[in-house]
Design a protein around this ligand. Structure first.
Ligand SMILES: Cc1cc2nc3c(=O)[nH]c(=O)nc-3n(C[C@H](O)[C@H](O)[C@H](O)COP(=O)(O)O)c2cc1C
Length: 183
């Protein structure tokens, strides 16, 4: 295994959702590094129908938190992953197309890992009022907020992880398709 592969796997394994963040601001260049990583996420048909709405404005973050019951942390910045439904329709994606949801996930995972790589804490939040978040962020017509990625500097004394349980092993999660010869 090369050193680079090792570093990537180590980052995948050590990333955890951070729900305790200090009030220290996130440097704009760090936010930009995370945002730049987002454009490298794979997307269905390479269409890139997700849009990132970034904020480090304390007043906006406060209101965002008020309309997001799942936001346990007090983030210093947030990136809301939105799907541009109007653009998706133009490309022929029906509103419920699986690819659109998968793309939100690939973007989310990429942002979380990028934040982790530069020492920021990050946590996704999907429990929020879509209508209210659309208002707070003044989203253009047709943009649907899908996941808010909270960002900040991790502090100690973090709240317990959600539903703590032993991590499933890859064997727990995997079934093999048998070979035709029964092997
Ligand atoms: C689609 C999605 C939505 C999530 N929504 C929330 C949320 O609203 N609030 C929250 O605290 N964590 C949320 N999480 C984080 C999960 O609870 C977390 O990934 C899980 O507990 C495992 O923790 P780990 O990623 O640190 O291993 C969400 C994760 C995903 C993938």
């Amino acid at each position: 295994m090369t050193g680079q592969e090792d570093a990537v796997l180590a980052a995948i394994r050590s990333r955890r959702v951070v729900r305790a963040m200090s009030g220290e601001p996130v440097a704009r260049k760090d936010l930009e590094t995370v945002l730049d990583a987002g454009r490298w996420a794979p997307t269905a048909g390479n269409r890139h129908l997700q849009r990132f709405v970034a904020t480090d404005d304390p007043a906006t973050l406060r209101v965002l938190r008020m309309v997001s019951p799942g936001m346990i942390q007090r983030p210093a910045a947030a990136i809301t992953i939105c799907t541009d439904r109007r653009l998706a329709a133009e490309y022929g994606f029906p509103p419920g197309a699986a690819g659109l949801h998968v793309d939100v996930g690939t973007a989310m995972a990429t942002l979380l890992l990028a934040a982790h790589a530069i020492g920021l804490g990050a946590g996704p939040v999907s429990s929020f009022s879509r209508a209210a978040v659309g208002e707070v962020l003044r989203l253009p017509q047709g943009w649907v907020p899908e996941v808010v990625v909270c960002l900040g500097h991790p502090t100690s004394g973090a709240p317990q992880p959600m539903h703590p349980q032993p991590r499933l092993t890859w064997r727990d999660l995997t079934t093999w398709v048998p070979h035709d010869d029964g092997a």
